[in-house]
Ligand binder design. Structure first.
Ligand SMILES: Nc1ncnc2c1ncn2[C@@H]1O[C@H](COP(=O)(O)OP(=O)(O)OP(=O)(O)O)[C@@H](O)[C@H]1O
Ligand SMILES: [Mg+2]
Length: 356
């Protein structure tokens, strides 16, 4: 699939802007603070119904306006549309092909995307939460049930943690919560495991090819729940309740899962050089692309925010070669790498306006 056009109305520093994209490299070029990342963010919002930069939707509204609108047209087997609206009363409206969508689970997945920005490096060197988020983003794009079960699990967890903080704890009530949580955990763990195994499979060849065979990557799902049935998961949660009570918080659960990333058998977060971390991330993102392409039977859209400054010329060339036949949205302050590329459209970004 590919995006045909994007229309922004009062979104961040854009007042009214229509953007016609090509099914190739769309390069947004400009100085700092002109509105390049805002374009990436707008496309992300079309895909996920929310931003990755803020949890407050109203922040997206232009300072001088009281509402904002994002519309995008895409081509799959037929033309489709996605839209996002928010006003300063926090009234939000998502639409798919002009049909109002009530639940986020019914919205996500229409436009598959892979996003790679300087913050993505946290997937490799940051906390487990960043790695879980990386896996969750893929799972959410593949399964509506995953979104729903994850939301339900987090609700149960919040409730359980609030009960654990009270003086009197009703064990029977917690057991009922554990029963529900075990069902959600089983589903979530099964999908996370499947996705990590597939990412591992795709990563191997990519990593070898970027490093001319010098580095072998291995991805491993780190969880307490692999190969456990729903009943065994429930039992495990029950058995750890006494520790939860001591700590006044839930210590075992999928909110602790992690993704182990190893280069030549060594954990990259701990032993990897800066360059190895960047290479591992590039591999992960390209594996993410291959996985979505295969599982959704659609070509995902690549959002690359300011990553040329993060990669050396060898890796930039590898990536450009990899993506040349797909649609990508790239932001940059320097366009030297863009010379000698066909199938590219350059947009000059200046203070919330575009010129091409
Ligand atoms: N709600 C808003 N209304 C108006 N302007 C906003 C709003 N939110 C952010 N901005 C402005 O948008 C501008 C551009 O932001 P953006 O992150 O897209 O810059 P950029 O071109 O990616 O810059 P850099 O190269 O530094 O990453 C900033 O100057 C910011 O103040
Ligand atoms: Mg930016």
């Amino acid at each position: 699939m590919y995006l045909e056009s994007l229309k922004l109305e009062n979104f961040r520093n854009y007042k009214e802007q229509e953007i016609n994209l090509i099914n190739g490299i769309n390069l947004f070029l400009g100085n700092n603070a002109q509105g390049k990342t805002n374009i990436i963010e707008a496309i992300y919002i079309c895909a996920f119904g929310k931003s990755y930069r803020t949890i407050k939707d109203t922040e997206l509204i232009n300072f001088e306006s009281d509402y904002c609108n994002i519309n995008c047209k895409y081509i799959k087997s037929a033309q489709g549309t996605c839209s996002f609206y928010i006003d300063n009363m926090n009234r939000k409206q998502l639409k798919n092909n002009d049909i109002k969508i009530k639940k986020i689970a019914d919205y996500v997945g229409e436009i598959p995307i892979v996003i790679f920005s300087p913050e993505s490096l946290d997937v490799v060197k940051g906390s487990p939460a960043r790695r879980r988020n990386f896996i969750d983003m893929i799972c959410c794009q593949l399964s509506k049930s995953y979104i729903i079960y994850h939301q339900e699990y987090m609700k149960c967890l919040k409730l359980k943690n609030s009960i654990l903080k009270q003086d009197y704890i009703d064990d029977n009530y917690i057991e009922v919560l554990h029963e529900k949580m075990a069902k959600y955990i089983k589903f979530i763990v099964d999908l996370r495991e499947k996705i990590i195994n597939k990412l591992d499979y795709y990563s191997k060849d990519i990593q070898k090819s970027i490093t001319d065979g010098a580095e072998e990557i291995k991805l491993e799902y780190v969880t307490d729940f692999i190969n456990k049935s729903e009943e065994e998961i429930k039992k495990y949660l029950d058995e750890h309740l006494y520790v939860d009570k001591l700590r006044k918080s839930t210590i075992k659960g999928i909110q602790r899962d992690d993704l182990g990333i190893y280069i030549n058998e060594k954990e990259v977060a701990v032993y990897g050089s800066q360059g190895q971390k960047r290479t591992a991330l590039l591999t992960l993102k390209l594996a993410n692309f291959e996985l979505l392409k295969e599982e959704k039977d659609e070509i995902p859209i690549l959002l690359l925010d300011d990553i040329m400054s993060e990669l050396d010329s060898k890796r930039i060339n590898y990536m450009l070669k990899y993506i040349e036949n797909y649609q990508s949205i790239i932001t940059t302050t320097e366009d030297t790498f863009a010379r000698n590329i066909d199938n590219i459209k350059i947009f000059k970004v200046s203070n919330g306006t575009l010129e091409n």
